[in-house]
Design a protein around this ligand. Structure first.
Ligand SMILES: Nc1nc2c(ncn2[C@@H]2O[C@H](COP(=O)(O)OP(=O)(O)OP(=O)(O)O)[C@@H](O)[C@H]2O)c(=O)[nH]1
Ligand SMILES: [Mg+2]
Length: 455
């Protein structure tokens, strides 16, 4: 990477989660040329301990104004370039909770030429100093936000460099093709002619590889971000019962009174590696009850904004006018599943609307509901996904695939070789952006600003 970046400033931030009464240990991370100097001026280190890279010192952080001890700490010094950022890094391991760690950070920030780190700035410096490539830094961010084991596994593959490796493998094939073609442009007489059909076939094989990455990324997106599924229906059909059944706990109040649920209630479950936020909603009906009205309007909103809507109705009552009205409110593009509940009771509706029937009381049909649900979410093949691009990477790979696809047209029209190289170059350029080989400072800022502080 040819970027230069002002890293003469020393930065600091809390690198661990901050939570009241929790976290026995917290970490304040300091990185930059003054890291060691800054930390040594706010700590007292008893005995004959010496500052040595990759070893630990024991001591106290001192409030320099009052000369009082703030905390008993361990200090880990990592001399650059053998550190996460590639710069001198000092970690102060202090006690957790809310107060002490903030005080330690404050003391650090009071030192001259030291400032609070921007979100993602440690990772950004790691990339700029060549310690990580950009896909690895993005994978660290994803590892921390992983909500399922599978999401964590995908992130680790990214940290290992699997994304960069697979992109580079494809890019190198394109570079080979590009150089073959360019040689023909420059020295046509001296070289055997190129067979455009074979070349195009090869390029389409590369296109298939990109398509595979794209479809894996779509699965990966499900694994990482999960889905919001709203349970919608008339009052008393068993929405809360279904939420309880799927989340395996008595989360929602269930009674035989229509209008029991008034608030939105959320439960997170994991199905086939996918984190799913299940929303139980108030039964939707005309009502004069002021509280229920608010609940109904929240339900309407959930119906419009969910990734997937499960419309539940009561088989014992049959498909009602109200159910039909609800069905018509579900946005056309939202995947939906019509579940007929209470199959243990006499079924009134002979010409059932149900895509699947179940009883939340006996559990009958539950597996079928889950199977159908996963199916409409497009989540049946997540286990085969080994690497998954994030949205930024995916957009670029889609662009690259599009450029290669355009070469088909160039070949069909029998345009000169120069035209092939335009699209090939564009595809290579996009792939270089994925791995960060061709990336602007502004773009880099944008990527890292999505990270949280201390990363
Ligand atoms: N027989 C039978 N009863 C059920 C079944 N599922 C739910 N019920 C009963 O139906 C009643 C309503 O269930 P809830 O889960 O509270 O229904 P809801 O759709 O959340 O109702 P509201 O929150 O009022 O909109 C309760 O008495 C449940 O025990 C079922 O599969 N079979
Ligand atoms: Mg309910």
């Amino acid at each position: 990477m040819s970027l230069t970046f002002p890293t003469e400033e020393t930065i600091a931030a809390i690198a661990s989660a901050i939570s009241p009464e929790e976290g026995a240990i917290a970490i304040v991370k300091v990185s930059g040329p003054l890291a060691k100097q800054v930390v040594s001026s706010i700590v007292q280190i008893p005995g004959n301990q010496i500052w040595k890279s990759h070893s630990i010192l024991y001591g106290y952080v001192i409030n320099l104004q009052t000369q009082k001890k703030i905390d008993e700490v361990l200090i880990l010094f990592m001399e650059g370039p053998r550190s996460f950022t590639g710069e001198d890094v000092v970690e102060i391991h202090c006690h957790g909770g809310l107060i002490v760690v903030q005080q330690v950070l404050e003391q650090v920030l009071m030192q001259p030429n030291t400032r609070r780190a921007f979100p993602g700035e440690f990772s950004q410096r790691a990339v700029l100093n060549g310690r990580l490539d950009i896909t690895q830094a993005e994978a660290i961010h994803e590892l921390i936000s992983a909500r399922t084991q599978k999401a964590a596994q995908l992130a680790i593959a990214g940290i290992d460099g699997d994304i960069t490796n697979s992109i580079n493998e494809i890019k190198n094939k394109l570079l080979d093709q590009l150089s073959e073609i360019e040689a023909r442009i420059d020295f046509e007489e001296d070289l055997p002619t190129l067979n455009s059909k074979i070349l195009l076939d090869d390029l389409m094989l590369i296109h298939n590889q990109l398509s595979q990455l794209i479809s894996n990324a779509e699965q990966g997106c499900l694994i990482r971000n999960g889905l919001k599924i709203a349970l919608i229906g008339s009052p008393n059909v068993g929405k809360s019962s279904l939420l309880n059944l799927l989340s395996k706990k008595e989360k929602a109040i269930v009674t035989n009174l229509p209008g029991t649920t008034r608030d939105l209630l959320e439960s997170e479950i994991i199905l086939e590696n996918i984190p799913i936020r299940l929303l139980d909603t108030a039964g939707i009906r005309e009502t004069n009850d002021a509280i229920e009205k608010i609940g109904v309007s929240l339900s309407q909103k959930a119906l419009l904004t969910a990734d997937v809507v499960v419309l539940i109705f009561d088989l014992n009552q049959g498909w009602t006018h109200n159910d039909q009205k609800l069905l018509e409110q579900i946005p056309r593009e939202t995947p939906k599943l019509l579940v007929g509940n209470k199959s243990d009771l006499p079924i009134k509706d002979t010409k059932s609307m149900a895509e699947v029937t179940m009883s939340t009381l006996t559990g009958e049909g539950e597996q079928e509901v889950i199977r159908k649900l996963l199916n409409i979410c497009g989540a049946n093949e997540t286990s085969g996904v080994e690497i998954a691009l994030n949205q930024r990477q995916l957009d670029l790979v889609k662009d690259a695939a599009k450029s290669i696809d355009q070469i088909k047209e160039v070949a069909k029209q029998r345009l000169p070789w120069d035209f092939w190289t335009i699209d090939l170059r564009e595809a290579i350029y996009k792939l270089n952006q994925v791995t960060g080989e061709e990336i602007t400072e502004a773009l880099l800022d944008r990527i890292f600003s999505r990270f949280c502080i201390g990363k």
